[in-house]
Write a protein that binds this ligand. Structure first.
Ligand SMILES: [Zn+2]
Ligand SMILES: [Zn+2]
Length: 109
């Protein structure tokens, strides 16, 4: 099950995300991409159009100010010759997206 937390993206971070990536715009709100987890940090994907092999993420915890992060893609793919890639970032907590049920883990791009 995907984490159900959403967060509004502050305007200044949205602008910064566009400057750091090839994206023309980013969503005004993002959903945490991790599998459901305890009250730890949430990670929402702003754009995967980051510099080569990276994506821009919004990280937040509770009601704290969110942070913009540029993180390398998770390199771990599902086992097998045509295993799915993981949609998350390197060293993420929780499961890889391909370990979750497919309909709960869409790659947004
Ligand atoms: Zn979360
Ligand atoms: Zn992963």
């Amino acid at each position: 099950m995907r984490c159900a937390h959403w967060r509004r993206v502050p305007l200044d971070l949205a602008r910064e995300a566009c400057e750091k990536s090839a994206a023309l715009y980013v969503d005004t709100a993002v959903q945490c991409q991790l599998s459901s987890h305890d009250e730890s940090e949430h990670f929402g994907l702003l754009t995967d159009n980051g510099p080569w092999g990276t994506a821009l993420w919004l990280r937040w915890r509770g009601t704290d100010e969110p942070e913009l992060l540029v993180l390398p893609d998770c390199p771990v793919a599902a086992p097998g010759p045509d295993g799915d890639g993981c949609c998350l970032f390197v060293d993420h907590a929780e499961q890889h997206t391909w370990e979750d049920t497919p309909e709960e883990a869409p790659c947004t791009s």
